[in-house]
Design a protein around this ligand. Sequence first.
Ligand SMILES: Nc1ncnc2c1ncn2[C@@H]1O[C@H](COP(=O)(O)OP(=O)(O)OP(=O)(O)O)[C@@H](O)[C@H]1O
Length: 620
Amino acid sequence: MKTAIRRASPAVRRIGSAARLSVSAAPHLLCVHIAMAVVAALLPVAMAWLTKLTLDGLSAGSSLQQAVAPAAVLAVGGLVAGILPHASSYVRSCMERQVGLHAQTRLFEAVGRIIGLGPFESPTFLDRLNLAKQAGGRAPLQVVDGFIGASKSVVTMAAFVGSLSVVSPELSVFVVIFGFPVIVAEVLLARRRTAMMWGISPTERREFFYNQLLSNVNAAKEIRLYSLGRFLRNRMLDDRRLINSAREKMDRHTFRVQAGLGLMAALVAGAGLLWAVRAADSGRLTLGDITMLVAAIAAVQSGLAQFAAQTAVAHEALVMFGHYETVTHAEPDLVVHAAPRAIAPLTSGIELHDVWFRYSEDDDWVLRGVNLSIGAGKSVAVVGLNGAGKSTLVKLLCRFYDPTRGRILWDGIDLRDIDVDELRSRMGAVFQDFMHYDMTAGENIALGDLSALGDSARLHDAAEHAGIHKKLVGLPRGYDTLLSRTFYLESEKGVEDSGVLLSGGEWQRVALARVFLRSDRDFLILDEPTSGLDPEAEYEFHSALKALREGRTSLVISHRMGTVRTADHIVVLAQGKVTESGSHEELMSRENVYAKLFRAQAAGYSPQPGVAVVRTQEVP
Ligand SMILES: Nc1ncnc2c1ncn2[C@@H]1O[C@H](COP(=O)(O)OP(=O)(O)OP(=O)(O)O)[C@@H](O)[C@H]1O
């Protein structure tokens, strides 16, 4: 049995998976929904038979009193038929909300299980994630609903075809043969539509990117100053036109196929009616038979149309749900050790042994055999020109990627053997492209360590160290002020300017405050921590940094030599290799790349310009 299930086609597995998801999200509503579908499937047949029997009875001369009972049942049936679609749609809406919430929870839990950054930098994954997000809310229920709806149509049609075969076996066979191509055509249409949607997905994402860019506050300055508005708008509209043209082509094709099917249906209905009139004329059919025949033809045709539509919707939803399933069942992007090794506070240090790394097999090597030792309690600085691989090194240390070759060891234990959450809980970092969260000032800092949320003393202390406390405490609502003009706080709905915007350097201090909140961690990474700070703030920051680093292991990356020079050990990275290392004094005495870089920067502050200037080509 299990083997059979394993061998079942992906479509069957997906239907099973969508059903399980719906059952776990809304079991009671699903039962009510199915029960309503059964009643809705059989009600038209029961009504048709009752009508036929009532009319046959009346035409055979039965009294009005005898006709009252079936007529009363017919009236009740009519009442149920009138209310049922609305009740069913209400139940469906309730289910949609519950299943949507459940599916979204599962999707974002799966996204949270992605350890590294690789998938987020892959266009294919992003397209799939985009479709999964679109599908997550509706697709599981659409699959189940389509299945229920198609089954409902089959039940109604089978009951009517059975009834029709009593009246006219030839016509019932004719209707069944007619139905087959309708179903095939609709399934093919659905397949084509989903292929089209997958095809336009990258264009839709790009259009969305331009769309966001045109309304993004950070982009607004350059867009206005460089007059990029029309250019970006045209690109967005070009993408929209491409999308529209693909959709229009699909709509035209759908129209041609469905108009053909409609014509066929009309011909069948017309032929059936002509035959029925001639048969009644020759006395082979009663009045009741004709009403049954008319009802059966109409019901089978609408049943076929509904079956086709439901199958098409279910098929489309099934394909979309496939993307959802791929994301939620994705294998971990990085190796996850089944029995990870526990790590203790860093005692020996972090070692990189012959680390090679490239982002993909098609890319060039970014790191080419890096050997580096970051001793426990020591501060190491990495310098190098743009693109030398410094931030990539940080990504490997945080285990956003694994080395393509070589190993990174934490007190002798390979990072791949350590539980990634435990590893990261022992680190603090401020990244070059740190985040601005559209949240309050307090929350923006507390995100560095959620246990500090609402703990004013800790937040103030971290902000004080980062030199931003005075600014934050002076905001209209202090630390509760929203650092955004994108949203309102719930408590301040409608207050136009309740949020505050910070300057670039102030934002950097907020990001630094996050890392000060984690100053008790074993290993601190500071990637360009002072790039946005003014000289006074940079000076203050160095004293704070010194205190922060005291006795801690840290790695600093900076183009500012003033930030770098106080490190215990400095490493020059060039084209993915360590080309020089030592203390500031040692490196200066070697008169090599570091010394040239340092002097070149110092020359910028010198009253006599024209001292040593290092050029990109000079660096190996
Ligand atoms: N996600 C990525 N996919 C492919 N290549 C990448 C990716 N990220 C960076 N690179 C490439 O890796 C190289 C090193 O980039 P990295 O950001 O590590 O340099 P860096 O030394 O930090 O530079 P900078 O001083 O400008 O910040 C660059 O050539 C860059 O194009």
